[in-house]
Design a binder for this molecule. Structure first.
Ligand code: PMP
Length: 305
């Protein structure tokens, strides 16, 4: 990704894509303390707009707070940087990646004395789990890796280091011929996907793990809760077991990258009819109406670029 034309916002300045570099002695590269966001901009009926920008920026600041990192920019500057990056790269729709990291002034576990940096990049990125997966549903494997315990890493921070666990789970699932991993918490209850929140549907009721299972408080998860309320679908946040997923009527993942992706199989066991279920399809379609600016109720979630 490094060798291409474009602009990246780095510490307050727009720099050439190829010149957006950091030193090998960067603290975050060695010890993994940093935080990031994944945001999407859509080509809406009113032009390009960033979806739930303020919520993503708020979560970035919360992640930094949890990690005791003092960001040297205001939320307004971070919002503005994201709009500027979409514009500078002339993108109609894209994925945005703000990331904050600890600098290279000194090494050693203690990060004190290092500068805190921030960058924002953006690029075109289609369906994260594939176009076909969006229609047919994807095949998922229960990971042999346990999701973070809530007092080992901080699960409400979108912390760089949390993703080693996600990467291992995702690689294992892909190596075994699946599309994505589902991770269980330290007590064996369903937590989340490697980069997605998870929902199951049984007898018309939508279930999702409560956040004590160590899942990230996903913004798409929250959007889904709003959609279900609007559609008059009951949602219950509770502990969910692996076998509850096997016998669910439908299941789906949510995430900024994954959007609303149906799950058709877990551990080679078909979920429901083994395809995208009717309630999932309704939620998916309501989601795309919102992000594409076709639902005026949620116009305030779209920040024009
Ligand atoms: N869980 C994990 C581990 C993730 O990486 C993501 C993606 N950010 C999510 C859940 C979904 O969060 P969101 O809907 O805010 O993108």
């Amino acid at each position: 990704m490094a060798d291409r034309d474009g602009k990246i916002w780095m510490d307050g300045e727009m720099v050439e894509w190829r010149d957006a570099k950091i030193h090998v002695l960067t603290h975050t590269l060695h010890y993994g303390c940093g935080a990031f966001e994944g945001v999407r901009a859509y080509n809406t009926v009113d032009g390009t707009a960033i979806f739930r920008l303020q919520d993503h920026t708020d979560r970035l600041f919360n992640s930094a707070k949890i990690l005791r990192m003092q960001l040297p920019f205001s939320k307004e500057q971070v919002n503005e940087a994201q709009r500027a990056v979409v514009k500078a790269n002339k993108l109609e729709s894209c994925y945005l990646r703000p990331l904050t990291w600890i600098g290279s002034q000194k090494l050693g576990v203690s990060p004190r004395g290092n500068q805190i940096h921030l960058m924002v990049a953006a690029w075109a990125w289609g369906a994260y789990l594939g176009e076909e997966g969006m229609k047919r549903g994807i095949r998922v494997k229960t990971s042999s890796y346990t999701r973070h315990h809530v007092n080992i890493t901080m699960t409400q921070a979108k912390a760089v280091s949390n993703y080693t666990n996600s990467i291992m789970a995702n690689m294992e699932a892909l190596d075994d011929g699946y599309d994505e991993a589902l991770l269980l918490d330290a007590s064996g209850f369903v937590s989340e996907g490697a980069g997605e929140n998870v929902f199951v549907i049984k007898d018309g009721v939508v279930y999702t793990p409560d956040l004590s299972a160590g899942a990230l408080n996903g913004i798409t998860r929250n959007t889904t809760l709003h959609i279900c309320k609007d559609l008059g679908i009951e949602v219950v946040q509770k502990r969910i077991t692996r076998d509850e997923v096997y016998i669910a009527d439908e299941a789906f993942f949510t995430g900024t990258a994954a959007e609303v992706t149906p799950i058709r199989e877990l551990d080679r066991i078909e979920i429901g009819a083994g395809s995208r279920g009717p309630i999932t399809e309704k939620i998916q379609s309501a989601f795309f109406d919102i992000v594409n600016g076709r639902n005026p109720k949620y116009a305030h979630w779209l920040t024009k670029v």
